[in-house]
Design a protein around this ligand. Sequence first.
Ligand SMILES: Cc1cc2nc3c(=O)[nH]c(=O)nc-3n(C[C@H](O)[C@H](O)[C@H](O)COP(=O)(O)OP(=O)(O)OC[C@H]3O[C@@H](n4cnc5c(N)ncnc54)[C@H](O)[C@@H]3O)c2cc1C
Length: 322
Amino acid sequence: MEIFDILIIGAGPIGLNCGLEANKNNLSYLIIEKGTIVNSLYNYPLYMRFFSTAEKLEIDDIPFISAAPKPGRQESLEYYQGIARHKNLNINLYEKVLHVSKKEGVFEIETSKSKYLAKNVIISTGFYDIPNVMNIPGENLEKVKHYYTEPYPYAKQKIVVVGSSNSSVDAALETYRKGAEVTMIIRHSEISENVKYWVKPDIENRISEGSIKAYFNSELVEIKENSVIFKDKDGEIHEIENDFVLAMTGYLPDFDFLKHAGIDLQEECLKPSYNSETMETNVPNLYLAGVVCGGKDTHVWFIENSRIHAEMIVNHILLKNA
Ligand SMILES: Cc1cc2nc3c(=O)[nH]c(=O)nc-3n(C[C@H](O)[C@H](O)[C@H](O)COP(=O)(O)OP(=O)(O)OC[C@H]3O[C@@H](n4cnc5c(N)ncnc54)[C@H](O)[C@@H]3O)c2cc1C
């Protein structure tokens, strides 16, 4: 069986960047992806707009030509999938990596379809596959969505949007503008500081004029077939009619997968252990790249600041081989 120099898990923007870097340096590599190329981006809301400008989303200095300064989902799919196609990156799609283990200095990678061997492994699995659940009764009902795609299904419906991040605010504004009756239930005392600067005044004005109802310092306690129950800032319990809940409560990396690969998770935020100069984890030759690095803190790493990981990792591997 071929022993790859590098096996890369996940074909997100950062996994692709790692593949490009390995390719440039004549290292044999394989990227294994459980969905399509840039699967997280494929599953983003249809009309989302990045907060980053196009050039900050570029990988390997390949120009990202976008009509607007900040590209949307479709343009980013064109860009990243176009690179994978044009550079003929070695990627296996619709194949999930189940386990990574190490025997006698070589990694064995078991997937849903096969087994592979590699001298080095890069985990670039992101954080978009596991929703951060609220653990409240009724959360498993069909009407509760942890992924928001587009506003049209929610016309004339009573919607509860949970959270005050970019995803929550985009969902609240879009559904309100397509005729939904929107109530936001927000744990914090205000709309998140991280909300895109050109969107924040829009949501704040809609809330202050009463077009969108918002309960701050409040939390959902139960979801029923036709209503939701929440606790407000004074601890008072309310029950309101409801058709759909858009629980935009964020997402988490696959901590079990990281743990099984032998990576230590620090107590605070379950941040995986790695050397910030090389991206190597506590398991020698096992690296992390991209937004998976932040643990529960998913507001630290973005494409913008993690696209440098590919070069750091490949340089370290080359140095060890020298
Ligand atoms: C709505 C939204 C908007 C964002 N906007 C911006 C922005 O404007 N600017 C910015 O810099 N960042 C932005 N981000 C944050 C971040 O940059 C993205 O999450 C980006 O996709 C991270 O890239 P990545 O390659 O690290 O991970 P991902 O793109 O999530 O890629 C991980 C890949 O790994 C695959 N995978 C996972 N587990 C396995 C497995 N076991 N086996 C095989 N494959 C697996 C997944 O299917 C996925 O394709 C945004 C995030 C979200 C959710």
